[in-house]
Design a protein around this ligand. Structure first.
Ligand code: PMP
Ligand code: GLU
Length: 397
């Protein structure tokens, strides 16, 4: 039998990807599964970006690129960060990777040692916890439930800080809740972080453009944390380019260099063709993708009204991203047929097998008693899926 490392054995499989795999397997068996598990836009990549990739192939952009990415792309990222986020960066502070996920992995591997602590407001995106653990670090989870719209307070953050705290890592708009921190909330957290100048702030802004409340605020614009904030973003969500695998980070130069060194041993760089397309995507700005955002908003409203109609489930009203994170504790302990729902994992399994709807259990995001529903799918499928969920939940006694 093969030997596996402790690193691997201590690590959980990505639950979002596991549920997506299970959906595919059941579909292949002929089941009519509606997939609300995987967080990815159902739109096609816009034509002007696809054309840039085709041109790049014809122009033979087929060699290894610099590890950090093509200079023109680093410049386009600096331009975007200034134009959209009021953040000042130069080429030497940017790294392009195979997705925002790889940016986070490089960063954590480069900066976290055995026993170091990383504060992660929960619910958090599924991979933060496992990447931190992989590096030997300790995720310190600070929970905010639906009653607080899933947003942690500055006091909670301060109470979690110890001499071992190295990072504070969060996403806004948030995956899995869709919550968005407003200016005042960010400012109060910054006031706490200002007292601890060695803590690196990691701001995952991959849902920046899918925001229904107006302008996006980057925590890196606050003076007190400006010089120690790592801003992470990518093309997967806003430009419907999940498969292209392109994300980037902007950091203090020494951190960017450390991440690039790490990347040089892991992946060399991301795909040359995706990089050329990214130059065009980022240079053109957010206006070109605003129709997708409008569609997400409409779907959100539809899903919200349908979910609100399900008895004994509390539904949040997300301000960004494309997820709902309803509270389902009423259904814990209930049964039907061979199913007894002991936790959110059981509920997700029940829903996929009996309602043919795939979701992700809240446990994957550090919050039991919730499930995550992605509404990045058509209005018809959203309607059908929520009807099925409702029927299945009402069958539980
Ligand atoms: N951060 C968050 C909050 C996410 O939801 C995701 C998943 N899309 C990622 C990072 C990783 O995105 P990607 O690797 O596709 O750029
Ligand atoms: N980030 C998306 C999600 O949360 C895609 C899957 C993943 O990378 O985890 O569903």
């Amino acid at each position: 039998m093969a030997h596996f490392s402790r690193r691997l054995l201590n690590m959980a499989e990505s639950e979002t990807l596991a549920m997506a795999r299970l959906s595919r397997e059941l579909k292949a068996e002929g089941k009519d599964i509606i997939n609300l598990s995987l967080g990815e836009p159902d739109f096609d990549t816009p034509d002007y970006i696809k054309q840039a990739a085709k041109d790049a192939i014809d122009q033979n952009f087929s060699h290894y690129t610099p590890v950090a990415g093509y200079d023109e792309l680093l410049d386009a990222i600096c331009l975007k960060l200034k134009r959209d986020n009021n953040l000042d960066f130069k080429r030497s502070q940017i790294m392009v990777s195979t997705g925002a996920k790889q940016c986070i992995a490089n960063l954590v591997m480069a900066c976290i040692d055995e026993g170091d602590e990383v504060i992660v407001p929960a619910p958090y995106w599924v991979s933060y916890r496992e990447i931190i653990k992989m590096a030997g670090g300790k995720p310190v989870e600070v929970l905010a439930g639906i009653e607080k719209d899933f947003k942690v307070t500055a006091d909670q953050v301060e109470q979690a800080i110890t001499a071992k705290t190295k990072m504070f890592m969060f996403s806004s708009p948030c995956n899995p809740t869709g919550s968005v921190y407003n200016y005042d909330e960010l400012e109060s957290i910054v006031k706490v972080l200002a007292k601890y100048p060695d803590i690196v702030v990691v701001s995952d802004e991959i849902y920046e453009l899918i925001n229904f409340v107006g302008a996006h605020i980057s925590i890196g614009t606050f003076e007190a944390v400006k010089n120690r904030t790592v801003t992470i973003n990518g093309l997967s969500k806003a430009f419907a380019m999940t498969g292209w695998r392109l994300g980037y980070l902007a950091a203090p130069e020494e951190i960017a260099k450390a991440c690039i060194k790490m990347q040089g041993q892991f992946t060399s760089a991301t795909c040359s063709i995706a990089q050329r397309a990214a130059i065009v995507a980022l240079t053109n700005g957010p206006e070109k993708v605003s129709s997708m955002v409008t569609a997400f908003k409409k779907r959100k409203e539809l899903a919200h009204s349908l979910l609100s109609d399900i008895p004994n489930m509390t539904v949040n009203n997300p301000q960004g991203a494309f997820y709902f994170f309803p509270e389902i504790s009423y259904y814990i302990g209930k049964s039907v047929g061979k199913y007894t729902i002991g936790n959110s994992d059981d509920l997700s399994m029940y829903l996929i097998h009996e309602a043919n709807v795939s979701t992700v259990p809240g446990s994957a995001f550090g919050a039991e008693n919730y499930i995550r529903l992605s509404y990045a799918t058509s209005e018809d499928l959203i309607t059908k899926a929520i009807e099925r969920i409702k029927t299945a939940l009402l069958n539980l006694k």
